[in-house]
Design a protein around this ligand. Structure first.
Ligand code: UD1
Length: 364
C-alpha cells in the first residue's frame, strides 16, 4: 500500500512524527512524506524535523505564505501533479490547517482514499479558518480517526456512519510522552533566567486575536496587569510579530518589565516551559491538550474550543479576549485556586500504533 502523509504547518509535524515512525516499522506499507511548505522558517519547520527525528520529506511543494485562497490553490495544483505521478493508495492528513484541506480535496477528486487524523473536533465557529478546514476535510474523507469521544459524537451528528469512524486517541500526546526525557532535560529556563512555577507562558497567533487592534489591545492590557505579579515568557509567532509591529504596539510590550520575548521555540524547549509554568495563556489548540497532560493550568484566550475535553476533564478554562476574565483567572491560579484535571481516555502514547493497525487492515 502506497501511503502519502501530508504536513504543512508546525502542529502537523508534531502529529506526523509518531505516525511516520510506526509506519516505518510496518511491512505492509510504503510511507512517503509530502511537505507543502506552508511553514518554511527554520524554527517553524526544520527544527521539528531534527528534534522529532522525522524523516526528510520525500517531496517539498514549496508553496510559502499567501492569502488562504491562493495558498490552498497552490497546494492543490502541486499536490495534484504529485498524485498524477506517484498514484498513492491512501492519503493521510492530520489536524486542520490549509494543507490538510487542500490535499484532501485533491485526493478525493482523484478517487484516492483519504484518512483524517484528529477528525470530528468542532469549535462551531466558522470565523476560524481551521473550522472550515475541519468541516470540509471530514465531509470528504473516507476514514475518520477522532481523538476523543466528543469528536466521535460530532461526526455521528453530521451523518457519518460508525464504519467510517475509529476512535484512536490523541496523536500529539504520543509525541509528548515519547520525548518526555528530552523535554525535561532542556535548559531553556536557565537560558531565559526564569524559575519553575515563577513564570507564566504566553502564545498568541489566532487571526481573531492578533489581526485586529482591539483584541490585541485588550490582551496587552491584561498582560500589563498580570506581569506585575509574575514573569511572562512570550515566544512570538511570526504572524503576531508582524501585527504587533503594524499596530505600533511593540513599545507597550517593551515597557513591561517582567515580560520576556523570544523567537518561536523548538519542541523540547517549549515543552519544558509548559511543564514548569505556573500557568499558560494561549489561543492554540494543541497547547490546551499539552497543558492538560502536564496538569499545568491553562487560560485559553478564545471564546470557544474544539477541544472541550480539556475544559471538562483537564486544566483548561476559556477567557475569550476579555481582559477582566483573563486577569481574574490568573489571580485565581496565583491564589492556588485551580482545578487539577485528569488525563482523558486514550491520550496514552499509543495512538500511532492504533492508527497503523487500522491502516494495515484496510481493504484498498
Ligand atoms: C497556521 C494554521 C493554524 C496553526 C498555525 C500554527 C491555517 C489556516 N492556519 O497558522 O491552524 O495553528 O499555523 O502556527 O492553516 N510566516 C513566517 N514563517 C513561516 C510561516 C509563516 O514568517 O514559516 C508568517 C507569514 O508572514 C504568514 C504568517 O506567518 O503570512 C501566517 O502564516 P500562515 O501559515 O498563513 O498561518 P499561521 O498563522 O501560521
Amino acid at each position: 500500500m502506497k501511503v502519502v502523509n501530508i504536513v504543512g504547518a508546525r502542529p502537523n509535524f508534531v502529529k506526523i512524527a509518531p505516525l511516520m515512525h510506526a509506519m516505518e516499522a510496518s511491512t505492509k506499507m510504503e510511507a512517503v512524506l509530502v511537505h507543502t511548505g506552508q511553514h518554511y522558517d527554520y524554527n517553524m519547520s526544520e527544527s521539528f524535523f531534527k528534534e522529532l527525528q522525522i524523516p526528510e520529506p520525500d517531496v517539498y511543494l514549496n508553496v510559502g505564505s499567501d492569502t488562504h485562497g491562493k495558498q490552498v490553490a497552490k497546494i492543490m495544483k502541486k499536490f495534484d501533479d504529485f498524485c498524477e505521478e506517484y498514484q498513492p493508495d491512501l492519503v493521510v492528513v492530520v489536524g486542520d490547517v490549509n494543507s490538510t484541506m487542500a490535499c484532501s480535496l485533491v485526493a478525493t477528486k482523484r478517487h484516492i482514499k483519504v484518512a483524517h487524523i484528529e477528525a470530528g473536533i468542532r469549535s462551531y465557529d466558522r470565523g476560524m479558518p481551521e473550522e472550515v478546514n475541519r468541516i470540509v476535510t471530514d465531509s470528504i474523507a473516507d476514514l475518520l480517526l477522532p481523538p476523543s469521544q466528543d469528536a466521535v459524537e460530532n461526526l455521528i451528528k453530521e451523518g457519518h456512519t460508525t464504519d467510517q469512524i475509529q476512535l484512536v486517541g490523541n496523536i500529539m500526546i504520543d509525541t509528548l510522552l515519547k520525548n518526555q526525557q528530552k523535554i525535561l532535560a532542556s535548559n531553556i529556563l536557565q537560558m531565559l533566567n526564569v524559575l519553575p512555577k515563577e513564570y507564566a507562558l504566553l502564545t498568541l497567533h489566532r487571526p481573531s486575536n492578533v489581526d485586529n487592534t482591539e483584541s490585541l489591545g485588550n490582551i496587552i492590557d491584561a498582560l500589563e496587569v498580570i506581569q506585575e505579579n509574575i514573569h511572562i515568557v512570550f515566544p512570538v509567532h511570526p504572524r503576531t510579530k508582524k501585527k504587533i509591529e503594524e499596530f505600533g504596539l511593540m513599545s507597550r510590550i517593551n515597557q513591561m518589565e517582567n515580560i520576556v520575548l523570544t523567537e518561536p521555540l523548538g519542541y523540547f524547549d517549549f515543552g519544558k516551559l509548559v511543564y514548569d509554568a505556573k500557568f499558560v495563556m494561549t489561543d492554540s489548540g494543541g497547547i490546551q491538550e499539552e497543558t492538560t497532560v502536564y496538569q499545568t493550568p491553562c487560560i485559553t484566550i478564545r471564546e470557544n474550543t474544539e477541544r472541550p475535553v480539556t475544559v471538562l476533564e483537564g486544566t483548561n478554562e476559556l477567557a475569550g479576549d476579555d481582559k477582566v476574565k483573563i486577569i481574574d483567572f490568573a489571580n485565581q491560579i496565583l491564589d492556588g485556586k485551580w482545578k487539577k484535571g485528569i488525563v482523558p481516555e486514550l491520550w496514552d502514547g499509543k495512538t500511532a500504533e492504533r492508527i497503523v493497525n487500522v491502516f494495515e487492515n484496510l481493504k484498498i
